[in-house]
Design a protein around this ligand. Structure first.
Ligand code: UD1
Length: 342
């Protein structure tokens, strides 16, 4: 199925970003009409061209900040069926240096968007949260019932605060607003067409974009942040999932909201498997045949030792589980990097 002029409009704030753009595709494939709301402050308009090449038509686009009430009026000029809210700043280090920016862009914008959704009578909201809300967990894999720990950074605090805000909005709406809080683990990879993928601006802070740029010769050797952690090989463990799997989870969450009027639930989205940094490097080399230049350095402040998901709730309620392997993730990430470097 693909979208038609009568398909339900779904706002995708941050829809030109990494996860947002892949979700736009998944929505269109499921018969929805995605509407990108993105002021392109941290993404590029070329993403819209890549989407057009895959979808065969230009997606509806509004170049506005979702925190800008007057700018958002045009977005609501036609009926809105639901919203998926990605738009946010997401660099942990930057958030430590500029907390005011993170409070304004992440919390303020979410408050504005949610108020406008309620005023328009929109009943379905999917929010982009993070496993960072769990902090350093004692029990692995971590389930949604695990306590939310004090945030390690302003970025992490904004994700927690937005979750709280949406719980209050959900109560205030008294059954008129369903909310899915999606706690992502580590999304990586790219669409297999290599038409869209991650476009980090400046030096990538995350492992896989730095790794692929390093292999492509655009960066010096990858520094593995610490090999003295209490893990089997001494490097940190994370739960890496393919961005296309993650995108499909948003469609599943929307469909769950459609049949669960006024519900609110948090869902972990991960594979359920932890991989160490050394294992990611080995999987990349196996998937691509390319050696990863790397060295071992100090621990990065704020990193947790190990975290991976108990994703049983998403399987049970959303009928969603990941389909793609770590090697597929890394092969797709490398295909995308090669396209960017060409
Ligand atoms: C971080 C945030 C997470 C946020 C995500 C998106 C924390 C604890 N987590 O995830 O909330 O949603 O970024 O921006 O802040 N690594 C290296 N060398 C590198 C880069 C990373 O060894 O050059 C290691 C890290 O130490 C970590 C793993 O690779 O063990 C993954 O790092 P990264 O991709 O940055 O993601 P997280 O820190 O897990």
């Amino acid at each position: 199925m693909s979208s038609t002029p009568h398909s339900p409009r779904i706002l995708v704030t941050g829809g030109a970003g990494f996860i947002g753009s892949h979700t736009v595709l998944a929505l269109a494939e499921a018969g929805y009409a995605p509407v990108i709301v993105d002021d392109l402050r941290n993404s590029r308009s070329e993403v819209l061209d890549g989407l057009e090449r895959i979808m065969g038509h230009r997606v509806e686009f509004h170049g506005v900040d979702c925190g800008d009430r007057s700018g958002m009026a045009a977005v609501f000029a036609q009926p809105v069926h639901g919203a998926i809210h990605f738009a946010a700043d997401k660099a942990v280090g930057e958030s430590v240096a500029s907390p005011e920016q993170y409070f304004s862009n992440n919390i303020g914008a979410t408050a504005n968007l949610t108020a406008m959704l309620r005023e328009a009578g929109v009943q379905h909201l999917v929010f982009s949260s993070s496993c960072t809300v769990y902090g350093e967990t004692e029990t692995l894999p971590v389930a949604e019932s695990a306590p939310v720990q004090p945030a390690a950074s302003p970025y992490g605090y904004t994700k927690q605060a937005c979750e709280h805000l949406l719980r209050y909005s959900h109560s205030a709406a008294d059954g008129a607003l369903g909310v899915a809080l999606l706690r992502y683990f580590n999304p990586i990879g790219a669409h297999p067409s290599a038409e869209i993928g991650e476009l980090p601006i400046g030096t990538p802070a995350n492992l896989v974009p730095f790794l692929t740029q390093s292999v492509a010769g655009l960066r010096p050797a990858l520094t593995v942040f610490g090999d003295d952690y209490p893990t089997p090989d001494g490097t940190c463990i994370r739960d890496y999932l393919h961005v296309c799997d993650l995108a499909e989870a948003h469609v599943a969450a929307l469909q769950w909201l459609e049949k669960s009027a006024g519900a609110l639930e948090a869902f972990n989205l991960g594979t359920g498997q932890g991989s160490s940094v050394k294992e990611v490097i080995a999987a990349f080399e196996a998937a691509t045949g390319m050696p990863v230049p790397h060295q071992f350095g100090d621990r990065r402040p704020g990193d947790v030792t190990a975290i991976y998901a108990d994703a049983a709730k998403a399987a049970e309620l959303l009928g969603w589980r990941t389909q793609r392997s770590l090697q597929t993730c890394l092969a797709d990430a490398w295909r995308w990097q090669q396209k960017l470097s060409a």
